[in-house]
Ligand binder design. Structure first.
Ligand code: SF4
Length: 223
């Protein structure tokens, strides 16, 4: 597997925010979102080829059994299930973070963190058809198969109607598993957007997701 980064930090986002976790960032993402904070992981040939076993031997040095596999886009990697099983058999609780671009069976995940990419993500330099960025059949299959959270990245208040439409089109989503997260890579932006987004979360009952990596480390790589 091509590995862009391996590090130990707090999970910054979603319902497991604050949990000390080992992170494995896989290289390669076809979406290239315009506000992506890990553009260095877009190229499928970037990073280093490493085995799950060699990464496991490094992971066990840290005082956690939570593993976050992120990207890039993990679900487009070949042999992802085989890779994850090495960690699952060693007792890790695995979160896979994905945009939900394709369905992959048999993933031994504790949590599938699905972040469907809204129109605010579209990169004019890499236009992707909406049906590939936001495929409702694929997203529904993932929701029905795995323990999930649905995490939407919110850039402006105009995104909120699109989120409501997405949730409606997905049909049977548990509203308690939805969280909304401000789009920001710098602390100042994060605080500004959090203020109005928090109000919206209170009105709708959706959870607010922090971005601890922005708040604590101001977007430093490897944190
Ligand atoms: S899906 Fe994630 S990793 Fe890929 S470009 Fe978008 S934000 Fe970056």
């Amino acid at each position: 597997m091509r590995i862009s980064e391996f590090f130990y930090s707090l999970q910054g986002e979603g319902f497991l925010a604050g949990v000390p976790s080992v992170f494995i960032r896989l290289a390669g993402c076809p979406l290239r979102c315009k506000w992506c904070d890990t553009a260095y992981a877009w190229d499928f040939q970037s990073g280093t080829e490493l085995s799950a076993e060699s990464l496991l031997s490094r992971a066990v040095e840290f005082p956690t059994r939570h593993l976050v596999v992120t990207g890039g886009e993990p679900l487009v990697q070949e042999n992802l299930a085989v890779f994850l099983k090495v960690f699952a058999q060693a007792g890790y609780r695995i979160t896979v973070e994905t945009a939900g671009l394709c369905f992959v069976p048999d993933l031994p995940v504790f949590l599938l963190s699905i972040s469907p990419k809204l129109s605010n993500s579209v990169n004019p330099g890499n236009p992707i058809p909406e049906s590939e960025r936001l495929n409702f059949d694929t997203l529904s299959a993932l929701l029905q198969t795995y323990p999930y959270q649905l995490k939407f990245v919110v850039d402006t208040p105009q995104d909120l109607d699109e989120i409501a439409d997405c949730v409606q089109r997905l049909g049977s989503v548990d509203p308690e598993r939805i969280c909304l997260m401000p789009q920001a890579v710098r602390r100042e932006d994060y605080i500004k957007k959090s203020l109005w987004l928090a109000e919206y979360c209170l009105q709708t009952g959706f959870a607010f997701s922090p971005r601890l990596q922005v708040m604590l480390y101001n977007g430093q790589k490897g944190k």
